[in-house]
Design a protein around this ligand. Structure first.
Ligand SMILES: [Zn+2]
Length: 102
């Protein structure tokens, strides 16, 4: 009954215990699934909430990869409304990435 919320990432099936242990996430959507846990973990590791960190860098999620994964899933599930939205976001992001690149 003292069972803690035991959830797994729906993409790579990584559990939070595993992330705690390895200090690594399985895939970009882990950040989404374990957002709060990961933030807590970062504070535990660094004492503060830092974003100068290579592992578990919550502020620099590979957002593009994440969006693309979600898009692929939306298409697979034939959720074309969601797919259209995601496609839009990806396009927007591609544009802003180009801008920041130079
Ligand atoms: Zn994952």
């Amino acid at each position: 009954m003292a069972e803690k919320m035991r959830k797994n990432c729906s993409f790579c099936d990584t559990a939070i215990d595993e992330i705690y242990r390895t200090k690594k996430v399985g895939c970009p959507s882990c950040y989404e699934v374990f957002k709060d846990e990961i933030r807590k973990m970062l504070i535990e590791i660094h004492g503060v909430s830092s974003h100068n960190e290579n592992i578990l860098n919550i502020n620099e999620i590979d957002e593009m990869l994440y969006l693309k994964q979600r898009l692929a899933r939306a298409i697979k599930e034939e959720d074309y409304e969601e797919a259209a939205i995601l496609r839009d976001q990806i396009k927007k992001k591609e544009k802003s990435d180009e801008k920041t690149r130079r």
